[in-house]
Design a protein around this ligand. Structure first.
Ligand SMILES: C[S@@+](CC[C@H](N)C(=O)[O-])C[C@H]1O[C@@H](n2cnc3c(N)ncnc32)[C@H](O)[C@@H]1O
Length: 188
C-alpha cells in the first residue's frame, strides 16, 4: 500500500490538527454517522457537533452509532436539508464536513444536489471561524456525481482568495474514480 493518504484520511488528518477541545463542528451529510463520530471525538466533552441529513434512516443510524459510543450529549442531530443550516446553527464553527453523494447501503436515488450543496457551503462560510476548515468529498464515479463535482468546483474557484484558501486534492491517474477532496480554509 502507498503512503499517500486517500481523500478522507487526508481530510481527517487536517481536521484532527485544527479542531480543539470545546469547538463546534458540523457534519452536513451524516449518513451512517462515521464522520459525526470522528468530529465528536475531535471536539471532546465540552464541544458540539451539529449533524444533518435529509433521510430518517441516516439520522437513525447516526443516532445509534453515537449512542453506542456514548457521545449523544455532544451531538445535535437534525433531519433537515443542509441548505437550511443557518436556521439551526447560529454559533461560530471551527470545521465542517460535506461527504457528497448517496447513503452507503441506503437509497441510491437520494443524493446531494449542486444547488443545495452550494447554498449550504455559502451559509457555512458565514459561520466559519478564521483558521477553520470546510471539506467537500465528491464522488465522480457516477454521472450526477461528476456533474455535482464540476459545479461545486466552479463555485469554489470563484471564492475570494483573500478570505479563503481552497485546495483540490485528487489522484489523476486512477481509473476507478477515487473520491476527490476540496479543503477550504478561512483565513480571516
Ligand atoms: C455519502 S453519504 C454521507 C456518509 C457519512 N458522512 C458517513 O460517514 O457515513 C451522503 C448523505 O447525504 C445525505 N443528503 C443528501 N442530500 C442532502 C441534503 N440536501 N441535506 C442533508 N443531507 C443530504 C444523504 O441522505 C446521505 O446520507
Amino acid at each position: 500500500v502507498g503512503r499517500v493518504l486517500r481523500a478522507l484520511d487526508f481530510c481527517r488528518e487536517h481536521f484532527a490538527r485544527v479542531i480543539q477541545a470545546g469547538d463546534v463542528a458540523v457534519d452536513a451529510t451524516c449518513g451512517n454517522g462515521k464522520d459525526t463520530l470522528f468530529l465528536a471525538e475531535c471536539v471532546g466533552p465540552g464541544g458540539k457537533v451539529f449533524a444533518f441529513d435529509i433521510q430518517e434512516a441516516a439520522i437513525r443510524n447516526t443516532h445509534d452509532l453515537i449512542k453506542e459510543k456514548g457521545f449523544l450529549d455532544r451531538v445535535s442531530l437534525h433531519q433537515e436539508n443542509h441548505e437550511n443550516i443557518l436556521h439551526i446553527v447560529d454559533v461560530p464553527v471551527k470545521a465542517a464536513m460535506f461527504n457528497l453523494g448517496y447513503l452507503p447501503g441506503g437509497d441510491h436515488g437520494v443524493i446531494t444536489k449542486p444547488d443545495t450543496t452550494i447554498k449550504a457551503l455559502e451559509g457555512l462560510f458565514t459561520l466559519l471561524l478564521p483558521g477553520g476548515l470546510v471539506s467537500v468529498i465528491a464522488y465522480t464515479g457516477h454521472p450526477r456525481g461528476e456533474e455535482e463535482k464540476k459545479l461545486v468546483q466552479g463555485f469554489l474557484e470563484e471564492v475570494e482568495q483573500r478570505q479563503f484558501s481552497v485546495l483540490h486534492y485528487r489522484f489523476v491517474n486512477q481509473i476507478n474514480h477515487p473520491p476527490q477532496l476540496f479543503l477550504i480554509e478561512k483565513i480571516f
